[in-house]
Design a binder for this molecule. Structure first.
Ligand code: NOJ
Ligand code: CA
Length: 705
């Protein structure tokens, strides 16, 4: 395709209120509020809509086409004329009910272009571009028009024409699951199809050489880009097909074997936003709010019934094989007595909630069963689990219960029971559910990430909201910032979580897993990773498996990996009397502000977060298999106050494989002029809690140097 980006611009008046050229200029340009990012749009000689983008003086995307292939109708790709355009700007601040920060600035310039097919049937569409300082998004709108009721989309043809053979961090564009290890290759080296035969995934469908989003890249000049989507509603998830030679990504929507189309929508409708985050450094990607900003404001109003919380649960013990979900095995985990043990532990340790998996009948027919329809119900406990008594006991102890609904990927069974299941929760005063979708979707031919399932996940969220229930979905649809609109979408899995370390799959998650996740999956939204394993070698339960980080790295994850529900995943007996558990007891879960102090994708990252409503700060730093010395300036602390820093760090000789448990705890006086030196062991980390120093601290503690 012809390259446009270097063409001289026809001057355009772009901000609201300026007059526009009646002639319809050939090239429209829109810039970010700060001016560094510019996006241009035109129609080619064939009438094909194209755009391209620059950051400062560097091209970040060359001419990239936009359009659709339709079922039994001519495609919407060429033959367009521009009929109108308009611009708009917004500079606003909104508040997160819970999140990485309280206030979010939403500042963008917007360009809307109207195009119409020149030959009949003269179909019309609109392209809307929003350019922010931290990236841009665009979407298609298909307005109401005569003679066109609905579109059956065979494929969306959105292109991202990269300008070089960048380094990319990617997982395959699987239509069913995101639980793959990240790969670091050049664009020309992306080979998703080689990941098809996955040793431990119950379901996986990778039809073409495509990657899932967010996919993050670094250009030769050090610029960082991440491609994703925002506000995925009533549409299929988008993967990005890779042209290894042309360095081009093209949308490849998740399909269905049951329909000739991948997406069907009545008019008018708009697609999700296609997003590109742009930052001069890796840290800026994490600080970007592009994805949530491109979503609609909160529709639920006050969700004060959901409180961010740490939780423990009857969970890891099943993954270790210490107990089981089902009762027939004779080692059922979810007994009344065991639940009370966890409740007591939570109550004594500043942990707000307890999850119980395997509480309801049906687990004997869970994995490996073809006919999973109707197996689980979400109201009938096993006979050794007295649900009412457990809930009563938890209330007495001031602990919230978290409900568990494993749907076994039979969403129709779940939908039939949503009201009954959530009504039970409401009666019991339970405000959170963890859902799960392990297995191939029933009906056969649907995929976890297709339009049909996107609509299922949304129906769950909306129904849950009616009953004041927050949802933490496992095997979910990816996060696309919907939490802004539905703040009961609290957290989700959608990556290789901690559980993979218990299964010895490909040796578990390698030490660079989370330093990669922080710059890829985490850009989409909160992650229920379930950190905090202290018994690193998993003895005596799974001695063939292990956690591939140090203990201090596990602690740092409470700050690095953001989630408003954060599990202390290990068994209570591994925490009892363990000095490092003090950090988990103390660490916040809801934040006033967050600062990414440093980082490189796949290598290391350091994040500091201020707890909401307090003066306390927490800092977490993690590294991959390389040992590192990093510096962290504490200049975010308020002026004029001394702080007590409690540092949980890798001990002498710590190493993710050879010596994962070696750690040290030290306390010092610090203030905003302090720069901490963080010595991270291979696979290691540092976790720091910072609280205003008391008079006693001032007397007792040494000043950090
Ligand atoms: C997979 C989830 O990721 C895991 O956390 C859960 O324990 C099992 N499914 C059972 O629902
Ligand atoms: Ca899972």
């Amino acid at each position: 395709m012809k390259s446009y980006w270097c063409l001289p611009l026809l001057a355009l008046a772009l901000l609201a209120g300026c007059s526009k050229d009646k002639e319809m200029d050939k090239i429209l340009e829109i810039s970010s509020p700060g001016g560094d990012l510019q996006l241009q749009f035109t129609l080619t000689e064939e009438g094909e809509p194209v755009y391209w983008a620059r950051y400062k003086d560097t091209a970040i995307l060359d001419t990239s086409a936009l359009g659709f292939e339709l079922v039994d109708a001519p495609s919407l790709r060429t033959g367009f004329e521009m009929t109108d355009y308009s611009t708009r700007a917004l500079n606003d601040v909104w508040e997160m009910p819970w999140g990485e920060q309280r206030e979010v600035s939403n500042h963008y310039n917007e360009l809307t272009v109207e195009v119409r097919e020149m030959p009949p049937p003269n179909r019309r569409m609109r392209l809307i571009f929003r350019v922010y300082d931290d990236g841009f998004g665009f979407r298609y709108e298909v307005p109401e028009q005569e003679g066109l009721e609905a579109l059956e989309v065979a494929e969306e043809r959105t292109e991202f024409q990269l300008t070089g053979n960048h380094t990319a961090w990617w997982i395959p564009g699987d239509w069913d699951i995101y639980e793959h290890l990240y790969n670091e290759t050049s664009i020309s080296g992306i080979d998703a199809l080689s990941k098809r035969d996955h040793p431990n995934l119950a379901q996986t469908a990778i039809p073409v050489n495509a990657v899932n989003t967010p996919v993050t890249m670094r250009t030769a000049s050090g610029l960082h880009l991440s491609f994703h989507e925002a506000a995925l509603t009533d549409y299929a998830g988008m993967t990005l097909m890779v042209d290894n030679d042309a360095y081009k990504l093209t949308s490849n929507l998740v399909g269905s074997e049951r329909t000739p189309y991948k997406v069907k929508r009545k008019l008018p409708f708009h697609t999700p936003w296609r997003t590109v985050q742009v930052s001069p450094d890796a840290a800026g990607l994490i600080e970007s709010n592009l994805i949530v900003n491109l979503n609609e404001p909160n529709q639920l109003g006050d969700v004060e019934w959901f409180k961010p919380t740490k939780y423990v649960g009857i969970w890891w013990e099943m993954h270790l094989g210490k107990s089981s979900w089902d009762m027939a095995s004779g080692k059922h985990g979810a007994t009344t007595e065991n639940a009370k043990r966890y409740i007591d532990f939570a109550a004594e340790n500043n942990i707000g909630a307890v999850l119980v998996e395997g509480w309801n009948t049906g687990w004997e027919h869970w994995i490996g069963f073809e006919d999973r329809e109707g197996v689980f119900d979400f109201v009938t406990p096993y006979e050794d689990y007295d649900l009412e008594e457990v809930v009563r006991y938890a209330k007495e102890k001031g602990v919230e219960m978290i409900m568990h609904h494993e749907t076994s990927a039979a969403p129709r069974t779940y939908e039939q029971q949503l009201d009954t299941a959530y009504a039970l929760m409401q009666r019991l005063g339970i405000h959170s559910v963890k859902t799960g979708y392990v297995g191939k979707i029933i009906p056969a031919g649907e995929y976890h990430h297709g339009q049909w399932m996107v609509n299922h996940y949304r129906k769950v969220l909306e129904t849950a909201a009616e009953y004041e229930v927050a949802v933490n979905a496992h095997e979910p649809i990816k996060a696309t910032g919907i939490r802004r609109t539905f703040p009961n979408a609290t957290s989700r899995e959608g990556l290789r979580g901690q559980e993979f370390n218990a299964w010895s799959v490909e040796g578990g998650n390698p030490p660079d897993h989370l330093p990669t996740v922080a710059f890829t999956r985490m850009l989409a939204g909160p992650i229920d990773f379930t950190p905090g394993i202290f018994n690193m070698k998993l003895a005596p339960y799974k001695e063939e498996s292990q956690i591939n980080t140090t203990l201090a790295h596990q602690l740092a994850l409470y700050v690095v990996i953001y989630s408003p529900v954060q599990m202390a995943a290990d068994l209570p007996e591994h925490y009892e009397d363990h000095p490092a558990f003090e950090f988990i007891r103390e660490v916040g879960v809801d934040w006033e502000q967050s600062k990414v102090l440093n980082g490189e994708v796949g290598d290391y990252v350091t994040i500091a977060r201020q707890e909401r409503g307090t003066d306390r700060w927490f800092l977490g730093s993690i590294t991959d298999e390389q040992e590192r010395s990093l510096e962290a300036s504490l200049d975010f602390l308020p002026a004029g106050s001394n702080y007590k820093a409690t540092i949980y760090r890798d001990g002498e000789g710590a190493h993710w494989d050879e010596n994962p448990s070696a750690f040290l705890i030290e306390s010092f006086l610090v203030d905003r002029s302090t720069t901490l030196k963080l010595d991270l062991a291979p696979g290691g980390g540092t976790a720091v809690s910072l609280e205003p120093a008391t008079a006693e601290d001032e007397e007792r503690l040494q000043t950090y140097r």
